[in-house]
Design a protein around this ligand. Sequence first.
Ligand code: SF4
Length: 328
Amino acid sequence: MTAQHPSLVGIDIRAEIERLRREKNVVILAHYYQKPELQDLADFVGDSLELSRKAAETDAEVIAFCGVKFMAEVAKILSPEKTVILPDMNAGCSLEDACPPARFKAFREAHPDHIALTYINCSTEVKALSDIIVTSSSAETILQQIPKDQKIIFGPDRHLGGYLSRKFNREMLLWPGVCIVHEAFSETELLKLKAQHPGAPIAAHPECPPTIVDHADYVGSTSGILNYAKAMTGDTLIVATEPHIIHQMQLAMPDKTFIGAPGGDGNCNCNICPYMALNTLEKLYISLRDLSPRIEIEEGLRLKAKHSLDRMLEMASGSVGKGDLGAK
Ligand code: SF4
């Protein structure tokens, strides 16, 4: 591939990435929502929980994280001795933005009898203020281990929290954040699509609002949706999550058909995560070349955030592919 950026003209980006990853002992981790070209060259592609585990276990000296900033921060929290780079430091998340640490701290202080069960899509500061972190693939397993009489604050995703609350008949104080990508799915357009493919089940991520989740045959994390697609007997699936997951589905199941659920008027690209889309091959190359931009976290803050993440890893043990949110 020849680079388009003026300063990179003539450079074979893919060959350079291959050279640098070997020379610098790099592991490249990619989330399912990354562009296919980044997924294809990653050492491992996964969801937040799987990537957290990989980051904690790797022997590599450098972790190149193709995902968003909070994910790369989790890698640094769990592997502080490693260099963690993110191709674009502006790759944020609307859920993180919706939960400023000072407001979250005040909310916690106003509810001292509640524990904070917090979705991993948040800042390191909010993790440090939380008791237990969850991912969409570990939330069910973890929630079921918390005594019924324990009061819970769940943040920052009110749709995931609401889904868990309804499924387990468990009241929780919900922080009012949303994922702008999953919030954008259109119920009207989904029902039109369903009418065109009457036999096709719908698989939805629990970050979707109830108007979408209520039509789903399966609700789960990205890895859960992938497993559902492998196990289903039919040959067509409607997928209500960020559409780049479909790349892994097509690689694993070339004979099946995967249709992305529509957003807005049915023609928009509003279901592509604009933060994930900031990462490119060129930026990955530059970050490997310069070992920058790097994730740095102050040690006291890191240790506080690690506490809630360690609790997740302990409580979620064995949950990948088993304790997922599962069928409704
Ligand atoms: S898809 Fe939504 S939750 Fe995931 S990184 Fe993008 S904005 Fe955040």
